[in-house]
Write a protein that binds this ligand. Structure first.
Ligand code: SF4
Ligand code: SF4
Length: 408
């Protein structure tokens, strides 16, 4: 731990009440597993970027311990280092002691939300997005229509050309805006799509919130690929935001007290949740695929690799397409900088991480980058544009869909 963090706050050794109050705090049992070996450090994108212990997994855990012991204030310094964490969980994959870092940082963030007063504009933005926008599909649709108008009417071009966005400090964020669909996916909620041929499985499709206004084509491709492989696809009506952007993919049952009925039900529900690539890889592809002569490289999505520990399933699906040559990029297991809403809240860091990612992607010489998460897709597409790599960025399912389409 850098001296700077320890010295700016309370003197070590003094007895203070814990800085964590109320529900959801990092637990001793969890952080005590860290033996400070440092094996996680070189897997951490922020540590790699700045070389600061306070922005490493070990340093962040240490700060949580100090706050819990009342030796570091739950103040600006602590909040800054926790905010700067991508919650990519690469450190969790690297840790030989089984430290569940994701759980710790989610709890630290819950404490910050409960006990720290952010600056006015930060509070306002978080309140607007997390509480007043994301839980309401009709409001998402209204904002999306306004954004589409901005993107299609020439206003976007004008704003970029005049440099007015720089005046408001929005130029970098604006470059990461997702393109808004002409037709939203909301209209498909409540529908059931029959399996092609004998039914092998019945699945429910969770469409997300932002994905419903900017990834309708991907959802349609997912439905086509699943039905072609013998799955009946139900798109449940009334589905809304899962809260992942606010809680950043906190394991669902962790939101409820242990040993409660809700906890058990949430656990049972989570056990049913599968990524489409994981599910299809286990089920096995039955639909015939046409040859797709393409050199592709793959960017692991953190939620899949480090959260769900799924590395092979997407690769197996890509290799199943005749003609596809998969070239691994260096550091494919490092976050691309998207990380939920990180590219909006920590835009410059996100862009710095993205710049290195695009160097590795370009070095493969593959014209197509494949990934497995809408956030990564948006980030890598923006990266390909900003760094002029000329690469197309697609989802694994879209690649499968292309091979299917060529066959029909
Ligand atoms: S690898 Fe695990 S035990 Fe070692 S410092 Fe990192 S979090 Fe702690
Ligand atoms: S979650 Fe990612 S950014 Fe955060 S400490 Fe771990 S490796 Fe670093």
């Amino acid at each position: 731990m850098t001296e700077s963090v320890a010295n700016t706050e309370h003197a070590a050794g003094s007895v203070h009440p814990s800085g964590f109050l109320g529900a959801d705090k990092p637990s001793y049992d969890d952080y005590a597993r860290c033996v400070h070996c440092g094996l996680c450090l070189n897997h951490c994108p922020t540590y790699k970027l700045w070389g600061l212990e306070a922005d490493s997994p070990r340093g962040r855990i240490r700060q949580m311990v100090l706050v819990d012991q009342g030796r570091l204030a739950l103040g600006e310094t602590f909040v800054k280092h926790i905010d700067q964490c991508l919650d990519c969980r690469a450190c969790e994959t690297a840790c030989p002691s089984g430290v569940e870092y994701g759980k710790l940082v989610e709890a630290a963030r819950a404490q910050i939300e409960q006990n720290y007063r952010r600056p006015f504009f930060s509070r306002l933005a978080r309140d607007l997005v997390f509480r007043r926008l994301l839980p309401y599909p009709n409001r998402i649709a209204i904002v999306a229509r306004a954004l589409r108008l901005y993107q299609r009417s020439g206003l976007q071009w004008l704003a970029r050309a005049t440099g007015i966005l720089h005046l408001f400090g929005l130029a970098e964020r604006e470059r990461l805006l997702p393109p808004i669909d002409r037709k939203f996916f909301f209209s498909r909620l409540g529908r059931t799509y029959p399996a092609v041929g004998p039914r092998r499985a019945r699945v429910a499709l969770f469409a997300g919130c932002i994905a419903q206004v900017s990834f309708s084509a991907l959802h349609d491709a997912t439905i086509r690929v699943l039905t072609a492989n013998g799955c009946e696809v139900v798109v449940p009506a009334g589905q809304t935001c899962c809260g992942a952007l606010a809680a950043h993919a906190k394991e669902y049952e962790e939101l409820f007290g242990a040993d409660t009925k809700d906890h058990a039900e949430a656990h049972a529900f989570r056990k049913k949740m599968r990524d489409a690539t994981e599910f299809l890889s286990e089920l096995g592809l039955s639909a015939p695929l046409a040859s797709l002569p393409l050199r592709v490289t793959y960017q692991d999505s953190c939620h899949l690799l480090h959260g769900q520990k799924i590395r092979e399933a997407p690769r197996k699906l890509m290799r199943a397409i005749p003609g596809v040559e998969l070239v691994e990029m260096a550091m494919a297991d490092y976050c691309c900088g998207s990380a939920g809403s990180y590219n909006v809240t920590e835009t410059q860091t996100s862009l710095d991480i993205l710049a290195e990612k695009m160097n590795h992607a370009r070095a493969t010489g593959a014209p197509v980058i494949v990934t497995a998460n809408p956030g990564c897709l948006l980030q890598m597409r923006a990266g390909a544009k900003i760094h002029s790599t000329g690469q197309e960025v697609v989802h694994v399912i879209e690649l499968l869909d292309r091979a299917l389409a060529k066959n029909t």
